[in-house]
Write a protein that binds this ligand. Structure first.
Ligand code: KG4
Ligand code: ZN
Length: 334
């Protein structure tokens, strides 16, 4: 399996993506087609539209990924696909494509977990050392995952309500910023001259769980009160306050988890890993505490098929293949 060629497919949300990965490490191609331009006018991802768009583009994207890789279909070792979690109709499109190819080429199918993908995106650029701790922050997930050894995932903390990216997007929407709002809040926060202090949800003293819906409500309350009083809102200061609250909690819990579980590295993964404030805060805290921090480049942080290929390679090494009657699982456990 040193030079196994995996064609990986990812369609769990609003990106249609296919990639060819050699040996679990080397990206031969990674084609990502974003649907953001169709969802932007609805202010969020519309599941039915997402599925239809995947149907329209999946074949082209797969063809392009194979072509760019310079490999022929007959050279492929296995087909990997995101089995869940995600939008069920969106997942189904990738799964049907993957099953068809697996059957036609008579090569194994590897159903893969989306979060395992986000975590193993790091393996495409770094060398993981175990045990390590992953902080997964995306539009759908906020999780602290302990990896005792390769491919052994243990979720030690997760959000009890909104995911971080979801909170960013909702706050951005309240400020009438376009979807996805995370990058806009990030920019506003960086420009801010002042900061509007907002609460932090620490939950129980020993908990690694997160909660962001109270913070989101606090932001909405500030917006409403300012409007009612007829005052002008300092949007940048509000964005800064929101972001500081989010980052304080994420950084503190991630570092506490690293210590408690004796992790050798902290991996930052998921779309919110693009956040400059979060990167800067983690980089400085990890520097102070002597913790090795790994962050993949931006293109591997947001949804893409290369990360699914990397995670699938672990299963290929162990001969863990998936039956052709496998089903999409919107709530697949890690
Ligand atoms: O991982 P991802 O591409 O898709 C999911 O699996 O959810 O993450 C998308 C999320 C969106 O909520 C988006 O607003 C957020 O990542 N995001 C950011 C930034 N860039 C993307 N959030 C904060 N700051 C950013 N710079
Ligand atoms: Zn994702």
């Amino acid at each position: 399996h040193e030079d196994a060629l995996i064609l990986a497919i990812e369609t769990s949300c609003d990106e249609t993506s296919a990639a060819v990965i050699r040996g679990g490490k080397e990206i031969l191609s990674n084609v990502v087609s974003s649907q953001i331009d169709v969802h932007v006018r609805f202010g969020g991802v519309v599941p039915e539209i997402a599925s239809r768009k995947h149907v329209e583009t999946i074949t082209l994207i797969m063809e392009q990924a194979v072509k760019e890789s310079g490999c022929a279909l007959k050279d492929l070792t296995a087909i990997a696909v995101t089995q869940g979690p995600g939008l069920v109709g969106a997942l189904l499109v990738g799964i049907v494509a993957a099953k068809s190819l697996s059957l036609a080429l008579d090569i194994p199918l590897i159903g893969t977990h989306h979060i395992a993908g986000h975590i193993y995106a790091n393996e495409l650029v770094h060398q993981l050392e175990y045990p390590c701790m992953a902080l997964v922050v995306s539009g759908g997930h906020t999780e602290l995952v302990l990896l005792e050894s390769e491919g052994e995932f243990r979720v030690v903390g997760r959000t009890r309500d909104d995911a971080v990216g979801e909170a960013y997007d909702k706050v951005a929407r309240a400020l009438q910023l376009p979807y996805p709002g995370g990058p806009h809040i990030d920019r506003l926060a960086a420009e801010a001259q002042n900061v509007i202090e907002l609460p932090r949800a620490w939950l129980e003293a020993d908990s690694y769980d997160f909660s962001f819906s109270g913070l989101k409500s606090a932001v909405l309350a500030v917006i409403n009160q300012t409007r009612m009083k007829g005052l002008e809102l300092d949007e940048a200061a509000l964005a800064r306050g929101f972001q500081e609250s989010v980052i304080d909690v994420l950084v503190a819990k991630a570092l506490r988890a690293v210590k408690q579980f004796g992790a050798k590295q902290l991996l930052l993964c998921g779309g919110v890993a693009a956040n400059r404030g979060l990167r800067a805060a983690l980089t400085s805290r990890c520097g102070e505490e002597g913790v090795k921090l790994l962050i993949p480049p931006g293109s591997l942080c947001t949804d893409n098929a290369a990360m699914i290929g990397a995670a699938a390679h672990l299963k290929l090494k162990r001969g863990q293949f998936t039956e052709l009657d496998m089903k999409a699982d919107p709530a697949l456990p890690l």
